[in-house]
Design a binder for this molecule. Structure first.
Ligand code: NDP
Length: 448
């Protein structure tokens, strides 16, 4: 009965949203895992919650025209997907990457609904961005693009309606340019964007939050087996915001980080990346805007593997922290065969459905992105709270809150899975817990 309901809804979604493959993938994974909750609570089917929850409340698409340093006019496409506001203002990052399209942003916004619900804070789900590629652009080009992008976006966002943040290709520099233009257009200095600089309204620990939070979540998973990170070999994909702060926290907790990557290849450092080497990488990526390959040129004993991801390097813990579908079935088999027994997703949907099946069958600890990487948006929520009161909290205070929130997200996912007969399965636990909170709010709010 529930299976039929889910299949029928899925069929309509595929027909109504043709070629939005990542969106189909994300929705399918969530709906299938909701089966035990739908069976126990018929109200969700009676109120047609799945049909409503899978249709965005609003999608905004717009032209972004800007001028490069050679005075050429360039046209990009901008988007904001305002998916669900049942439990708070839309909240979710902006992604600037050439691969961005509507299907990818709808998948990200859909995932964001459940992630935000899990944080226990009052935030709905949204996501946005553009097919603009900041790589290789001058600061002035990035600034002109951001200004043009915001010249349309500003009319659709606000501190009580929609609060964007960063994602791939949108870091502190871009948030600065976007906020500057928002302020010029509205005359409001408010908490509309998060991920701001500390000087002008940002929260302490926001840059670190997703990576640190992911490690805190993984720590909770290890604890269920009476273990910690001391001496564990870890591989991380990516070398952006999430990957580098994941590495930083792992090193602090005594783990040995032996691999990082970017879209061109992977570096393998069998001796382990220590604090000093990591700070060199942070400078390389954030200041010099270099490539991870340069790490192998700089430090002895390090090898660079062009075109490869880190999954073939034997490890006990893996942290996919680059992008969606970056870890496939074969990668999952290789990881498990080589002794990996913990995967915590810093990125959104980095493991393909077949890879997830391998992890589940192997019975390893698997933390899906919407739970494991929720620390970023959680601290964004704390940034909104600080902005609303014109105050700022200390690093220690925010870190303590982040640790509590990640433990709560872990326990909620773990206990919900158990309650619905899927003990140890964090995918079921996270999806059911997030879903019920949003679905109940929608029922209480009437025909929304
Ligand atoms: P960054 O732009 O800072 O870094 C992204 C990293 O991933 C870079 O090393 C990049 O390499 C690599 N990468 C990007 N696209 C690809 C690709 N198609 N194939 C291989 N490698 C790729 O982004 P973030 O660290 O902020 O985000 C990483 C992931 O984490 C994303 O999935 C994002 O949605 C998710 N996330 C981020 C949050 C945050 O707070 N920033 C919060 C929650 C989730 P290169 O430089 O070569 O492009």
């Amino acid at each position: 009965m529930c299976k039929d309901y889910i299949n029928n809804v899925m069929q309509v979604i595929e027909q109504r949203n043709p070629r939005e493959y990542e969106f189909h993938q994300a929705v399918k994974e969530v709906l299938e895992s909701l089966e035990p909750a739908l069976a126990r609570h018929p109200r969700y089917q009676n109120f047609q919650i799945l049909e409503r929850l899978t249709e965005p409340e609003r999608v905004i698409m717009f032209r972004v025209v800007w001028m490069d340093d050679k005075n050429h006019r360039i046209v990009n496409r901008g988007y904001r997907v305002q998916f669900n506001s049942a439990i708070g203002p839309y909240k979710g990052g902006l992604r600037f990457h050439p691969s961005v399209n509507l299907g990818i942003l709808k998948f990200l916004a859909f995932e964001q609904i459940f992630k935000n619900a899990l944080t226990t804070l009052y935030m709905g789900g949204g996501k946005g961005g553009s097919d603009f590629d900041p790589k290789g652009k001058s600061d002035f080009e990035v600034m002109r693009f951001c200004q043009s992008f915001m010249t349309e976006l500003y009319r659709h966002i606000g501190p009580a309606s929609d609060v964007p943040a960063g994602d791939i290709g949108v870091g502190r520099r871009e948030i600065g340019y976007l906020f500057g233009q928002y302020k010029r257009l509205t005359s409001d200095f408010d908490g509309t964007l998060t991920g701001k600089s500390l000087n002008w309204g940002g929260s302490r620990l926001r840059p670190e939050a997703t990576g640190y939070g992911c490690v805190y979540f993984a720590k909770g998973m290890l604890k269920t087996r009476g273990e910690d990170f001391e001496g564990k070999k870890c591989v991380i994909s990516g070398s952006g915001n999430v990957a580098l702060f994941t590495a930083e926290k792992l090193i602090e907790l005594g783990a040995t980080v032996i691999a990082l990557s970017d879209s061109n290849g992977t570096v393998h450092d069998p001796a382990g990346i220590d604090r000093e080497k990591l700070s060199w990488i942070m400078d390389l990526k954030n200041v010099r805007r270099g490539r991870i390959r340069e790490y192998a040129d700089k430090f002895p004993g390090v090898t660079y593997h062009e075109g490869k991801r880190p999954w073939a390097i034997p490890s006990q813990c893996a942290f996919p922290s680059a992008t969606e579908n970056e870890l496939d079935e074969e990668d999952a088999r290789t990881l498990v065969k080589n002794g990996c027994y913990l995967v915590a997703e810093g990125a959104n949907m980095p493991s393909t459905p077949d890879a997830v099946t391998i992890f589940r069958k192997a019975g390893i600890l698997y933390g899906p992105g919407k739970a494991a990487n929720a620390g970023g948006v959680a601290v964004s929520g704390l940034e909104m709270a600080q902005n609303a009161q014109f105050i700022h909290w200390s690093r220690e205070y925010v870190d303590a809150k982040l640790q509590d929130l990640m433990q709560e997200i872990h326990d909620n996912s773990y206990n919900t899975a158990k309650e619905y007969g899927c003990g140890g399965d964090y995918v079921h636990g996270a999806n059911i817990a997030g879903f019920m909170k949003v679905a109940d709010a929608m029922i209480e709010q009437g025909l929304v």
